[in-house]
Design a protein around this ligand. Structure first.
Ligand code: PMT
Length: 223
């Protein structure tokens, strides 16, 4: 029997990678499969929340009972998230958003020559920073994917982006991060508290995260 402890909450979840096009046949992206974010979206729905999932390109089927908005680039994810921010009471940003995109997209396939080639990149908007700046009474959860100095780097992002809970994962550890069905996470809070979790399934981690979200929503302000 599932406790509907998220009934009344409108949870906005992001998942998957973004793709930044170089030309019509090539892009820059990362290894995110969407599994972590989808697990959170499904668990939130099971626990009674109204869930919207904004997903980058993944091979996963749209989850049942969840409004799923498909996007490709970080700019599209930015628009999709901000358009749905007002309605949401909880935002959970598990997506691996590309920090940079090619400055110009070539209209046709770039031809190979004998010369070296460079692609100039420009910065993408930081969706989580924008959500943090406009969060009001919402609860905002971020993820930090790191390959070293996990706690220090994740803590910096937590403060910079004004999130209430940061899920830090070292994506260079076996069984953690991209693509696999498991993760190893630490929950970081603005007051300096850190909760260290063992290796566990992404579904299990999703439920544990939502336990903390429920607790924070009960003690914190209601949107
Ligand atoms: O999808 P899976 O294969 O299951 O893998 C899961 C995961 C490794 C993708 C996930 O657990 C994870 O760590 N997600 C966040 C990845 C990431 O982009 O981390 P970051 O440290 O670069 O970004 C920090 C936070 O800012 C993230 O919440 C990210 O969504 C957000 N961000 C980053 C850049 C940007 N331009 N806009 C953002 O909103």
């Amino acid at each position: 029997l599932t406790v509907k402890d998220l009934a009344g909450e409108r949870v906005l979840v992001t998942a998957g990678p973004t793709r930044e096009e170089i030309d019509p046949v090539r892009y820059i992206s990362n290894y995110s499969s969407g599994k972590m974010g989808y697990a959170i979206a499904r668990a939130a729905r099971r626990r009674g929340a109204e869930v919207t999932l904004v997903a980058g390109p993944t091979c996963l089927a749209d989850p049942w009972g969840i409004e799923t908005v498909r996007v490709t680039s970080a700019a599209e994810m930015y628009e999709a998230v901000l358009a749905r921010l007002e309605r949401s009471t909880v935002v959970i940003k598990a997506a691996a958003v590309a920090d940079y995109r090619p400055k110009c997209k070539a209209p046709g396939k770039i031809k190979k020559t004998d010369a070296a080639m460079a692609v100039e990149l420009e910065k993408n908007p930081d969706i989580l920073r924008e959500v943090g700046a406009r969060k009001g009474a919402r609860l905002v959860v971020g993820f930090a994917a790191e390959t070293g100095e996990l706690v220090a780097n994740a803590r910096k992002k937590l403060l910079d982006k004004q999130v209430d809970l940061m899920v830090a994962n070292d994506v260079s550890q076996a069984g953690a991060g991209f693509h696999v069905d498991t993760n190893i996470a630490k929950f970081l809070y603005p007051d300096g508290r850190i909760e260290e979790l063992p290796l566990m399934g992404k579904n299990e981690l999703a439920d544990l995260l939502l336990d903390r979200v429920t607790a924070l929503r009960q003690t914190g302000a209601k949107a």
